[in-house]
Ligand binder design. Structure first.
Ligand code: SAM
Ligand code: SF4
Length: 474
């Protein structure tokens, strides 16, 4: 049974900033054509939008208005992020859980799910399998349970970083786990984590209370809402927020996410590094309440609106979504996707071609291989990237320069994307993917301006192709 929150354990900025009457008021409005143009123009100037401005986008539901938002989101994605898509994979470590979240197969009262926590040897086997496919970035996922203490999580992170298979290595380990106290975050930071991700699930208080039964740890709304502020105060300046779409009105959740981003920006001078927008999926032993499930048309709108509201925050689109929809939504401003994902415990070595629902948290919509996803990205003109340079050079949080320095993308991101892609093509790709990738690298090189940076990049790509040199980044 969770005890009441002791305020001294919260962050210095702790407050419930989700002002429901205000949000509901903002959602109850219509929009004039000129207003929509003004908001889009502000967004195209790369200004983060206020709640009121985001509400204008949410109210714009006529087909021509929706198209205008889609066009703007596509344009902003090209301007701010270029054509790179960063790739990662989830690795579920353990599904013991003391919570009882209504939507999740891991909830403690679910008797249909197989419980398991990977030991060190099993973690190594999963990581080796991931490395052998070409992965460089992982997110470790945990249920909420006393055995998954910060020290346990930190040990798992260290274990992952130590695994090496041939040229394979994991260069960035992110975390999705329950909120911690300051000391806990400091412990996982010390183990070298990248992003700490916590989803509020729903920002709507009554719904939050309904799906997270009283007395469970997760029922403490403010403890969770404040979780990433504590992470920042403990030195994890790279955090990811998210909402589980389908629990309540999607438009409310979008405003909740934007309020959360603005709160972190205001108090810590840096907003979240990423926003995730998972949609509810079928899960073993779960009966989904269908009232607020989000259809594809609204899903596309919400991604495009988030892109316009928080121009500098990465957007993560997961393999919960089916392949065809992922392909379409990508253009609206997504910066990261997972690929080749399996979320059964032990799934990277033990699962076959079909999913085993009793071993996973929910059903995935896209279990294509990493190679297939990369080939599709290449066909669509994206540069699949495994870059981890900023985080490893300390370019995170307040110091995160990706968007602050003119030409950063051209000088750093594109070259780093091309070198990590070339590593993939040489070390892991199928012949077909390699041919498509080689063509894209050639085309991208031709587009880069002449100069010493380009010459250095060409020399590096040659070294990657001809020698064992790897992990070369700007
Ligand atoms: N146990 C930790 C927690 O709750 O914060 C870690 C997160 S959980 C393992 C990962 C995320 O999966 C949750 O935050 C939730 O948003 C999402 N999730 C849970 N059930 C889901 C479902 N049925 N469909 C889609 N996503 C789901
Ligand atoms: Fe546990 Fe997280 Fe699932 Fe809730 S969402 S039951 S906390 S694993």
């Amino acid at each position: 049974m969770a005890s009441a929150i002791d305020r001294t354990h919260l962050s210095t900025s702790a407050e419930d900033f989700v002002d429901e009457p205000r949000i509901l008021g903002l959602l109850d409005r219509s929009v004039e054509a000129s207003e929509l143009c003004d908001v889009i123009a502000r967004s195209m100037a790369k200004e983060p939008l206020a709640l009121e401005e985001t509400a204008v986008l949410l109210a714009a539901d006529r087909p021509e208005q929706v198209e205008a938002i889609f066009d703007a989101a596509r344009q902003l994605k090209r301007d701010v992020y270029g054509n790179r898509i960063v790739l990662f994979a989830p690795l579920y470590i353990g599904n013991d859980c003391t919570n009882d979240c209504a939507y999740c197969a891991f909830r403690r009262t679910n008797k249909d799910v197989t419980r398991r926590t990977l030991d060190k040897a099993e973690i190594r086997a999963q990581v080796e399998a991931l490395q052998n496919k070409g992965h460089k970035r992982l997110i470790l996922v945990f249920g909420e349970h006393p055995r998954y203490s910060p020290e346990f999580i930190a040990d798992c992170v260290r274990e992952v970083y130590q695994v090496r298979t041939g040229r394979g290595e994991i260069r960035r380990v992110n975390i999705n786990a329950a909120p911690m106290d300051h000391a806990g975050y400091a412990a996982v930071k010390q183990a070298g984590i990248g992003t700490y991700q916590i989803f509020q699930e729903t920002y709507h208080h009554e719904t939050f209370a309904r799906v997270h039964p009283a007395g469970t740890y997760k029922s403490r709304y403010l403890w969770r809402l404040d979780g990433l502020a504590r992470a920042m105060e403990a030195g994890c300046d790279d955090v990811g927020i998210g909402a589980l779409f389908g629990l309540y009105d999607w438009r409310f959740e979008v405003l909740g996410l934007v309020a959360h981003a603005l709160h972190l920006q205001k108090h810590y001078n840096v907003g979240p590094h990423t926003i995730s927008f998972p949609r509810l999926r079928p899960a073993c032993g779960v009966k989904l309440d269908e009232e607020h499930l989000v259809g594809d048309a609204d899903f596309k709108r919400l991604v495009a609106i988030l892109r316009l509201s928080v121009p500098y925050t990465g957007l993560i689109l997961t393999a919960r979504e089916p392949a065809a929809l992922r392909r379409e939504v990508m253009a609206f401003g997504v910066s990261q996707i997972d690929a080749g994902s399996r979320i059964e415990l032990g799934g990277y070595t033990e699962a076959g071609d079909t999913q085993q629902m009793d071993r996973e948290q929910f059903e995935l919509g896209d279990i294509r291989s990493l190679d297939d996803v990369i080939r599709e990205l290449l066909a669509d003109g994206y540069i699949p990237s495994f870059c981890t340079a900023c985080y490893r050079l300390g370019r995170t949080g307040e110091h995160f320069m990706e968007f602050a320095i003119p030409g950063f993308i051209q000088n750093m991101c594109t070259p780093n994307a091309l070198s990590t892609l070339t590593e993939y093509l040489v070390d892991y790709a199928s012949p077909e993917t390699r041919a498509a990738g080689d063509r894209l690298v050639r085309d991208e090189l031709a587009r880069l301006p002449e100069g010493t940076r380009k010459q250095e990049l060409i020399a590096r790509l040659r070294r990657i192709r001809q020698t064992d040199a790897r992990d070369l980044y700007f």
